[in-house]
Design a protein around this ligand. Sequence first.
Ligand code: 3PG
Length: 391
Amino acid sequence: KLTINDVQVAGKKVFVRVDFNVPMKDGVITDDTRIRAAIPTIQYLMEQGAVVILGSHFGRPKGDRKPEMTLAPCAKHLAELLGKPVAFTDDCIGEAVEAAIAKLKGGEVILLENLRYHIEEEKNEPNFAKQLASLADVAINDAFGVSHRKAASVVGIADYIPMAAGFLLKKEIEALGAAVYNPEKPVAAIIGGAKVSDKISVISNLLPKVDVMIIGGGMANAFIAAQGCNVGKSLLEEGQKDVATDLVMEARVAGARLLTPIDAVVADAFSNEANTKIVDVENIEDDWMILDIGPKSRELFGDALKPMKTIIWNGPMGVFEMDKFAAGTNAIAKAVAESDGLTIVGGGDSVAAIEKSGLADQVSHISTGGGASLEFLEGKELPGIAALTEA
Ligand code: 3PG
């Protein structure tokens, strides 16, 4: 597959698909990791004298021009990080965009408005892909985080102009690849988050590849319920209990040690001001809800992780945004950071937790992908990688 070093970019117009879908609150970027991660590619192209045309999605506007989903704050922030101006256009295709690009000299950068303001982006509509392609001579995919989506700017565009992997995409493939293909054993996966339904295929596909599978977060409730325990008012979707029962069987068949919480921090309301207590999972009362794993579970999980040579972590152990329910996630962050094996953390919440713990630089690789990193770790071929032009 083509990579950025294989293509002549000097004096060329280069479309770079980036993933600037960053957490934002009231127009303020709260975590710029994804923007910073794209800088090596952007800077290289600037130094080479390319006209750099950046395209990204933001949120899920479904074809509507939702003003709160504009990429304008990202253009401003990128300009600050680069110490150079970054032009911005209020659309991503059309004559005004072409005119704005025509004004740029080699080494200059423009960010196009949210690609998902056009529904054709997500639909991978050929005509839209062709219009995007017509803006540039060559495309670079540096948007690992969205490479699991068959979108026009990620896949379709490569039907019209060559598409090469950028530095971030390359780095993600190499780092995650090390955990998927011939990882050093024993291997553990820690999967958390709210819903089993979101991650069932991930758990199922990872079970044959791991020695230890740790389940935490809201989805662990299904496993607790499947053991015949009362989960009170805890989050538990219809049918999840059966899914959990099946996964327990699958773990047995695969010979993986499946660990779920043995105790929990329960609360009488979904609030940081709620009354809380610590109980074993057998003793959860009707009016209480599980919002974090308890201390015995933290110890159980931490001990299980100690001998691991490869650890993959995606998803929090509890409602870690509230301090009262952050101890479980923080304990995992610490255990992962302290491991001397290969450690990979993906998914917005786990990455935020590891950043907050101040231990991020002790992790082997922090992925900019949430869903994309999980699909990659499952062994699936991501459409945005498959679509790269053959070298
Ligand atoms: C992400 O945040 O995981 C990526 O930017 C993809 O976004 P999406 O889930 O809306 O496609």
